[in-house]
Write a protein that binds this ligand. Structure first.
Ligand code: PLP
Length: 390
């Protein structure tokens, strides 16, 4: 592509990492299912600019990496077999025994489990903080041996947005590496590396792959020294991504902007409608002006993606069952970011220790919605029928 920097975002994402001329004119890169890649001579095994072992990646991985650099404005990209693997890799890359690590209370559950189980086993001290913490309280948590902090915005299930503009300077001042899980913002509505974060993580399983049919993860950064630490940990753990999944992820990049924008607008319309319903106690969507972190959201995000939660007043088992029985268009399923709408009750998995709203029971029934590409009027009709059953 000529003068890529002059082209608009959708165009750049469509072309990033593609090279039809290298693949006999084929629009997409080939999938090589290869562990062994033969050299012509024995000497060639060791004197080659390209990797001759599939774990290090093939053309389809190169295409994905180039595309992710464009998506997240990153200089370095490390692939992982899934999103959790990427989160674990990012967390383990910057700490060793005797260090201190900070983690938001709103992190994705398995991320929290890795920090509180594996990092602790490694001899790392972990402190969990309220996602709405202010700069002064955050500063007070930092010790001489604090090496890294893991953020997630908006938070999993509960959708808090940190006071990122206040917290990032504190990280910089104390040389603490700032990591963020950007699976929600996904490089389309938020680019953390551009905003000032050191390291950005994505579960490619969600919006990048976008069709609920593959797994992938990525850890991205701009700094060479941080990149070396990530590279060492990724190599030591033997993390790689299957060529089939890498193919799906690089293909997802061609449409991600249109999918996420459509799903985001549809989701916001549904969130606004839900907010008007008497059975609904609260809608947890940062793009709503009523959301407590709306100002933080506006300062960082260019728009919404399609995942949010809402709280029902009811809490009794019978009413909850009546609400879910008869749901037509929303599938009951984990994960998100695909083309189809999903719904999960969150109460059974919500684990919070530092967030005032969620620390004690009795907050209502928390339901998370993943908005797909169905017509929003049909989704609203499905939700209306469910609310009417209450
Ligand atoms: C799903 C998810 C992950 C983990 O991704 P997997 O590919 O399922 O391992 C990590 N972070 C967030 C915010 C997620 O929603």
């Amino acid at each position: 592509m000529k003068n890529p920097e002059q082209k608009k975002r959708a165009t750049r994402l469509l072309h990033a990492g593609r090279s039809p001329e290298a693949f006999g004119g084929a629009v997409n890169p080939p999938i090589k299912r290869a562990s062994t890649i033969l050299a012509k001579t024995a000497d060639g095994l060791y004197n080659t600019p390209k990797s001759l072992y599939g774990r290090m990646g093939t053309e389809v991985h190169d295409a994905l990496i180039a595309g992710l650099k464009e998506l997240e404005a990153a200089d370095f990209v490390h692939l992982a077999p899934n999103g959790l693997g990427a989160c674990s890799l990012a967390m383990a890359s910057f700490v060793q025994s005797g260090d201190h690590f900070l983690l938001t209370d709103s992190a994705y559950g398995p991320t929290r489990r890795f920090a509180t189980r594996y990092l602790k086993k490694m001899g790392v001290d972990v402190t969990i903080f309220d996602p709405r913490i202010n700069a002064a309280d955050f500063k007070a948590l930092i010790r001489d041996n604090t090496r890294a902090v893991f953020f997630e915005a908006p938070g999993s299930l509960t959708f808090e947005v940190h006071k990122m503009r206040d917290l990032l300077p504190v990280c910089k001042e104390h040389s603490v590496t700032s990591i963020i899980d950007n699976t929600w913002g996904c490089g389309i509505v938020f680019q953390p590396l551009e905003f000032g974060f050191d390291v950005c993580v994505q579960a490619l399983t969600k919006y990048v792959i976008g069709h609920s049919d593959g797994f992938g993860g990525a850890v991205m950064c701009r700094d060479e020294k941080l990149n070396r630490s990530i590279n060492e940990a990724a190599t030591d753990w033997g993390l790689s991504m299957s060529p089939d999944d890498a193919y799906l992820a690089q293909r997802g990049l061609r449409t991600i902007k249109h999918r996420v924008e459509a799903q985001g607008q549809s989701g916001l319309k549904i969130a606004e409608w839900l907010e008007q319903q008497p059975q609904v106690k609260q809608v947890l969507h940062p793009a709503l002006p009523t959301h407590p972190d709306h100002e933080e959201y506006k300062a960082a995000f260019s728009g919404p993606s399609g995942l949010f939660s809402f709280l029902l007043h009811i809490e009794d088992k019978e009413s909850i069952e009546r609400f879910f029985a008869g749901i037509e268009l929303f599938g009951f399923g984990f994960s998100w970011g695909g083309f189809e709408s999903l719904m999960i009750p969150c109460n059974p998995q919500l684990l919070r220790t530092e967030s005032p709203q969620w620390k004690s029971k009795g907050y209502g029934t928390l339901i998370r919605l993943q908005i797909g590409l169905e017509d929003s009027d049909d989704l609203i009709a499905d939700l209306k029928a469910a609310l009417d059953r209450l």
